[in-house]
Design a protein around this ligand. Structure first.
Ligand code: B12
Ligand code: SF4
Ligand code: SF4
Length: 395
């Protein structure tokens, strides 16, 4: 039977969430997420989450039951924030005109503006300050976005915010360009029903993924995903993955770009998530190779891009330059191979890119490096690159 108090309270909580600027809001019960947690534990067991040492079975088990986190939990408020901001290549007023000249990479859309963790933090803080007023009593609450033990997507699914796509993202009525957060509370709220939508026969994302990371519908092999390799991997990118990465230097949006659900995706309203300039979305790659630590810290001060660190970003820029295949990059890559003393990771990937680009100048740089390089890993990459440099087609 309907409970008018509960209905009224739920409507007020949802209205408050919308007032705070959240694009979608739904309510889930605080019952354990048994099915989705078991699927996740199985993925961990099968090695599909390998490379994420913090993503442990204990973490999944803790997140499986919201009452492990808040013993008095009754409901979870699932919140979504639209980050479908215009691409600078689509004529955004903020985007500089992108001619064919500079060599540029791509940053995934979610990282174009201010770090979304910070944006959520500001908004949820206000929401929590006003929640007791709406509820008519003090409220016990814990909230997370991304970094908590809860499965953000499983919460959104149960709260009817969206449904799982085969690319494992949550798709919604306004597109899949949404970031998720949730507030676990001791408030009794009226749960929403999960949506009945599915991908149907579509498999566009699976066919478009360049690395074959979506190994089956709803199953991602983390280690094959460009997003993992460019953001989370702290070491060398496997040689067989590098040529498949195109010009992505932070994250990857291909499986969302091709998704038909996004053809009608609404544009974001949250200004903090917009790219301040074209460089945020399409950084100039030779410039990235020359960044100092201080410049990196300054430029990405409030950005999610910091997560990959300077050496990771330079590593990714080397791979992108190797894939773009324009020999104007050779002098900068040669300099990175010679002068990136602090990072064997950058030198190794610069060697790889030089091998891909080929030509006399690239070969000379590789030979010079082999004569002086001390790090055995970099020496091996340099030797392999020299083997390729002779066969690389001129551009
Ligand atoms: C680890 C992680 C990653 C890893 C691993 C991805 C992965 N497989 O989970 C890496 C670094 C690769 C990654 C990449 C990205 N991520 Co991420 N990531 C996470 C994190 C921290 C945990 C995800 C998790 O629990 N994975 C465990 C696996 C097993 O879950 P899963 O793949 O979703 O599998 C589920 C479904 O398959 C479902 N399922 C299983 N069988 C079946 C069968 C059917 C029929 C159905 C319907 C469903 C279903 O159950 C599983 C468990 O819930 C979450 C934040 C959080 N705390 O939840 C963000 C999160 C998932 N990431 C997010 C984003 C934005 C991204 C990227 C788009 C970023 C980018 N542009 O580069 C990519 C997308 C890649 C992709 N195709 O998924 C958002 C997703 C928002 C959304 N709309 O879905 C989240 C929720 C962060 C946030 N708070 O907004 N991510
Ligand atoms: S983010 Fe890119 S690499 Fe990862 S599954 Fe999607 S298309 Fe594949
Ligand atoms: S591209 Fe097709 S299969 Fe993949 S998530 Fe979108 S609708 Fe589903």
């Amino acid at each position: 039977m309907d409970n008018p108090d509960r209905s009224q309270r739920t409507a007020s909580v949802k209205a408050l969430a919308r007032e705070m600027g959240f694009d979608l809001v739904g309510i889930s019960s605080a019952e354990p997420f048994t099915e989705r947690s078991q699927a996740t534990l199985q993925r961990v067991q099968e090695g599909l989450m390998d490379g994420l040492p913090w993503f442990t079975k204990e973490r999944v088990s803790r997140g499986a039951d919201p009452r492990h986190i808040l013993p008095t939990a009754r409901s979870i408020i699932s919140l979504a924030l639209n980050y479908h901001t215009p691409s600078p290549t689509e004529g955004s007023p903020m985007g500089e005109p992108l001619g064919g000249r500079p060599l540029r990479g791509w940053v995934a859309r979610y990282a174009w503006g201010e770090d979304y963790h910070r944006v959520f933090q500001r908004k949820v803080k206000l929401f929590l300050e006003r929640l007791p007023g709406v509820a008519g009593r003090p409220v016990a609450a814990r909230w997370y976005t991304d970094t908590g033990p809860l499965l953000d997507r499983a919460v959104a699914e149960r709260a009817g915010v969206g449904w799982f796509g085969k690319n494992t993202n949550i798709l919604t009525s306004i597109g899949s360009w949404v970031l998720l957060a949730e507030v676990i509370t001791d408030l009794e709220l009226e749960p929403d029903r999960p949506l009945k939508k599915t991908c149907g026969l579509c498999r566009a994302c699976m066919d478009a993924c360049p690395t074959g990371a979506i190994v089956a519908p709803y199953v991602l092999d983390n280690a094959r995903c460009i997003s993992y390799q460019t953001i989370e991997n702290r070491g060398a990118i496997p040689r067989e993955i590098r040529p498949l990465m195109g010009d992505w230097v932070f994250g990857c949006d291909i499986c969302q770009d091709v998704c038909p659900v996004n053809r009608k995706a609404q544009l974001a309203r949250e200004y903090a998530l917009f790219a301040r300039d074209g460089e945020r979305a399409r950084p100039e790659l030779l410039g990235l190779l020359d960044l100092t630590e201080a410049e990196f810290q300054e430029r990405y001060r409030n950005s999610a891009v910091r997560r990959t660190r300077l050496s990771g970003l330079k590593r990714n820029a080397c791979v992108a330059l190797g894939n773009i295949g324009d020999r104007r990059a050779v002098p900068s890559l040669a300099r990175a191979l010679r002068e990136s003393r602090e990072s064997g990771l950058v030198r190794a990937h610069a060697a790889w890119a030089l091998g891909r680009l080929g030509g006399a100048e690239a070969e000379a740089a590789l030979r010079e490096a082999l004569a002086t390089e001390q790090d055995e890993g970099v020496r091996e990459e340099t030797r392999l690159a020299l083997g390729e440099v002779r066969t690389a087609a001129p551009h």
